[in-house]
Design a protein around this ligand. Structure first.
Ligand code: G3I
Length: 300
């Protein structure tokens, strides 16, 4: 393959990027994004504050701009994200208890109904675990009771049975991290009890504090063995070392249930990590990391 998408497709995988609606008017951006990627994740436009700014009033203008661009250009869409402690509209932040629980359920139903049958996978719940302990992160949703995550997944399955349902998080790539073990235990429990979960998203935001480690492959294998797909959902690596990008790509290719890789932005200038140059393009130019990823995909 001569692009990331076609090279990943050689082994039945996808290669995606985060897309911002505000950049779809930039031809330099859409030229690269349109050519290289076959999966799209809206970077912010499907979040809670964007899609339900007032309770019960759903807004899909920006999200649809990305969705329509993706479909018109032959790409699939990952939905990101239905339930999260961040990017919450103020009405949601002011709710507690059963009102908040119902607000969560209504939000999932409202967003998923709009895209019913059209989304490859939804990040149903994002970042629900604590960074340090392996337990749950404190949040307004967590304070409604431990079962909020499984309620979110059961609601999502009923709302759109065609979408794969993912749990998505960061700092769960290294098998030895407590957070990884906490999420693994939850997924194992969900599979044992029949809570509907189809995939785990490993964000893979690597930097010097939480660096890539070769046991990412072990983590992907162990989660896949629970009976879920694994996806690399927000990949970016501080400084974009070609060898690390190649290693992450090889890890996915080594695990049959690794469905695909998404990078968190097109060019360095599009990254949320300003100054880190963590992506595959600089301006219009392919970086060495791009060649490393493409060669690794083509060797599979
Ligand atoms: O466009 C608005 C503007 O209208 C507003 O007035 C202004 C003031 O806040 O900022 C602009 O919004 C910002 C938005 O990015 C678009 O640039 C938000 O403040 C800012 O918080 C938002 O940051 C996003 C962040 O998630 C929080 O939602 C980043 O772009 C996005 O890359 C980042 O992505 C997250 C994933 O969703 C989950 N995993 C971690 C990842 C990186 O933090």
């Amino acid at each position: 393959g001569t692009t990331l998408g076609t090279a990943a497709a050689r082994s039945g995988r996808y290669f995606g990027t985060a897309i911002s609606a505000s950049k779809l008017g930039d031809p330099a951006y859409t030229t690269i994004a349109g050519r290289e990627f076959d999966m799209v994740t809206p970077e912010n436009e499907m979040k809670l504050d964007a899609t339900e700014p007032r309770q019960g009033q759903f807004v899909f203008t920006a999200a649809d701009r990305i969705f329509d661009w993706a479909v018109q250009n032959g790409k699939r869409v990952r939905g990101h994200t239905l339930v999260w402690h961040a990017a919450q509209p103020s009405w949601l932040q002011s709710l507690t208890g059963s009102a908040l629980r119902q607000g969560m359920i209504d939000h999932i139903n409202g967003v998923m109904a709009h895209y019913k049958g059209k989304i490859y996978a939804w990040d149903v719940v994002n970042e629900a675990f604590s960074d340090s302990t392996g337990g749950r992160r404190d949040s307004n949703f967590q304070r409604t009771g431990d079962d909020w995550i499984e309620v979110a997944f059961r609601t999502a399955r009923a709302a759109d049975p065609a979408a794969r349902l993912c749990y998505n998080d960061y700092n769960i790539e290294n098998w030895s991290w407590a957070k990884t073990q906490g999420v693994y235990t939850m997924v194992k429990d969900f599979k044992q009890r029949g809570v509907p979960i189809d995939c785990v998203g490993f964000q893979a935001h690597f930097n010097s504090l939480t660096p890539y480690s070769a046991d990412f492959r072990t983590t992907l294998r162990n989660f896949a063995a629970l009976g879920v797909d694994v996806q690399i959902t927000e990949l970016d690596i501080q400084g974009a070392p070609a060898t690390t990008y190649a290693a992450v790509t090889a890890d996915c290719l080594a695990v049959p249930r690794c469905a695909g890789i998404t990078v968190w932005g097109v060019r360095d200038q599009d990254s949320w990590r300003s100054g880190d140059t963590p992506l595959l393009f600089s301006g219009n130019d392919r970086k060495p990391a791009y060649d490393a990823v493409l060669d690794t995909l083509n060797a599979a």
